[in-house]
Design a protein around this ligand. Structure first.
Ligand code: ATP
Ligand code: PRP
Length: 208
């Protein structure tokens, strides 16, 4: 049978994803969160795992460089990639929220400035509300922006809420819940349906 390629997101949820993979009964010698290797195989070489930056997983899958991807819903939504999302792995749980200083009151009809690592998600959210915004794209420490007057509000991931609290910010509105999902390349879903479905079923059993 033809090999399938699985793109795994590096970073926060990687450890849990790897232990879930081991529970499917497939064994990947050398695959650990700490490893500096980027390509791994299971024992019969039927599955190739590539370790890529989370934001890049939807691109690998959309372009067919990977048949399957395991990545956060945040990265899927932001990428706008044309892929199938087939399974919720129920790990890496957090949410997207709008947050800001409770005492910040921009005047009505003013264009709001929103700082975020996720411009597409922020634009879509405020467009739906009919609120004109300007985006300040940041790559981290987003919570700083409202504190130093770089933005009115932020759109960011909230998990425990500690980062907001410790910076005197609060959630103003929730946008969407996030968790780690399994995505599939559209062509692979047709041409490698046996292998793809078998892998999804193994994962579903591991999730029970
Ligand atoms: N508290 C959280 N903060 C950020 N991401 C979280 C949180 N909880 C779960 N996640 C999930 O983890 C993923 C991010 O992991 P991580 O922060 O390690 O990656 P990254 O931000 O892409 O890496 P880097 O910060 O090195 O660029 C998110 O895409 C999201 O799906
Ligand atoms: O609600 P909490 O549990 O505090 O988690 C949310 C925080 O974690 C993430 O940041 P990350 O640690 O990835 O840092 P960075 O985006 O600033 O690099 C996210 O962007 C929030 O800042």
């Amino acid at each position: 049978m033809e090999q399938i390629t699985l793109a795994l997101a590096k970073g926060r949820p990687a450890k849990q994803t790897i232990s879930l993979l081991e529970k499917t009964g497939e064994h990947f010698p050398e695959l650990t969160e700490e490893s500096r290797k980027l390509v791994f195989h299971n024992l019969d070489q039927s599955i190739k795992v590539i370790f890529v930056k989370a934001v890049d997983v939807p691109t690998y899958v959309e372009k067919g460089a990977a048949d399957i991807g395991i990545v956060g819903k945040d990265n899927i939504l932001e990428s706008l990639a044309d892929i199938y999302e087939l399974l919720d792995l129920k790990i890496g749980k957090c949410k997207f929220s709008v947050a800001g200083k409770a005492d910040h009151h921009p005047s009505d009809n003013q264009k709001l400035t929103i700082a975020t690592k996720y411009p597409n998600i922020a634009k879509k959210h405020f467009k739906k509300k009919g609120q004109p915004i300007e985006i300040v794209k940041l790559n981290g420490s987003v919570e700083l922006a409202p504190l130093i007057g770089l933005a009115d509000y932020i759109v960011d991931i909230v998990e425990t809420g500690n980062t907001l609290r410790e910076n005197g910010l609060s959630v103003l509105e929730d946008i969407e819940t996030i968790s780690t999902r399994l995505i599939v390349n559209k062509a692979s879903f047709a041409t490698k349906s046996t292998q793809v479905n078998q892998f999804i079923n193994q994962l579903k059993l591991a999730l029970e």
